[in-house]
Design a protein around this ligand. Structure first.
Ligand SMILES: [Zn+2]
Length: 82
């Protein structure tokens, strides 16, 4: 009953605790939450969006590093769940 549910952050696909301890759920962080929000409002705030940087120019490198270090667990791939 005390198990922690985990989801993938919709923004950076990082494994994230879906719990009361994470106020930004289902995002991994407030930052991803804000970035995603920025996409919805589309220009209301000057928040840089990572889409362009995914091609390899400038951008939030920390996000890419974290993604590389963390195994990408897919809910549709039970072989990697543990
Ligand atoms: Zn995230």
């Amino acid at each position: 009953m005390m198990r922690i549910m985990k989801v993938l952050c919709p923004r950076c696909k990082r494994e994230t605790e879906y719990s009361r301890g994470n106020p930004s759920r289902p995002f991994c962080s407030e930052r991803c939450n804000l970035i995603d929000l920025g996409q919805w409002v589309d220009g209301a705030y000057a928040i840089p969006v990572a889409d362009a940087s995914e091609l390899g120019s400038s951008g939030p490198d920390d996000e890419r590093i974290e993604s590389a270090e963390t195994p990408r667990l897919s809910p549709t791939d039970p072989g990697k769940l543990h």
